[in-house]
Design a binder for this molecule. Structure first.
Ligand code: SAH
Ligand code: DHB
Ligand code: MG
Length: 213
């Protein structure tokens, strides 16, 4: 399939399953207004996460890397009313924009934005687990460490998911530290004795592993 066909099929999937509603559009508008980096999930990647979260009947979710709350809103929409999304963000400005966005999107009651370095915050989150889904989308160099935490803190049958598994092709011939870290993450996921895993080739690659034991 050529690149143009692939792009048209992405649009096809988006138009059928991931049409931006007013709340999602407002999140991206606010992100732009505050000059946040434009590195959120694409709509059809967000929809994929929502479907995955419902597939495991997720009630407790951890997201690493909040940005403006775009992917978090897709995840929160998969939760029941008494479910909880803990989303971790280092940058105070991103965290503030995200908190306002979650409120505006009507999911504020289900979402806690935790501010600080993810590794430190994750340590404190252990007590609130086990979790049904962990979504990794922050500093690529630490993906392998986030994976270890996820395996320790997921329930059996829970899912670890991670964005940018392809690094836009960078994992094929790693040039940057982040490419090498992502390849190390992908290999660790593939070889992990407690996971059944693959990469879903949607968008920039969504790595997914089910905790088996
Ligand atoms: N998941 C978001 C996009 C996340 S972009 C979405 O799709 O909408 C990555 C985010 O991770 C950025 O906001 C960045 O500030 C944050 N981040 C980077 N390193 C981090 C760290 N060590 N701990 C917590 N957050 C971090
Ligand atoms: C970057 C990070 C992401 O999570 C992403 O989806 C795209 C780009 C980045 O740090 O450049
Ligand atoms: Mg990403």
């Amino acid at each position: 399939m050529d690149e143009q066909t692939r792009a048209r099929l992405d649009d096809y999937v988006t138009s059928l399953y991931a049409r931006p509603d007013a709340a999602l559009a407002a999140i991206q508008d606010e992100a732009g207004r505050h000059a946040l980096p434009q590195i959120s999930l694409q709509p059809h990647e967000g929809r994929l996460l929502q479907v995955l979260a419902r597939a495991v009947s997720a009630r407790r979710i951890v997201e690493i890397g909040t940005l403006a709350g775009y992917s978090g809103t897709w995840l929160a929409r998969a939760l029941p009313d008494d479910g909880r999304l803990y989303t971790l963000e280092l940058n105070p400005k991103h965290a503030a924009v995200a908190r306002a966005n979650f409120e505006r999107a009507g999911v504020g009651g289900r979402v806690e934005v935790l501010e600080g370095d993810a590794l430190a915050l994750l340590d404190g989150l252990r007590a609130r687990g086990p979790f049904d889904l962990v979504f990794i989308d922050a500093d690529k160099e630490r993906y392998p460490q986030y994976l270890d935490w996820a395996v320790d803190n997921l329930r059996v049958g829970g899912l670890v998911t991670a964005h940018n598994a392809f690094r836009h092709g960078g994992v094929l011939a790693p040039a940057a530290d982040a490419d090498r870290a992502m390849h190390a993450f992908n290999r660790a996921l593939a070889e992990h004795p407690r996971l059944l895993a693959t990469i879903i080739g949607v968008g920039d690659g969504m790595a997914v592993g089910i905790k088996l034991s």
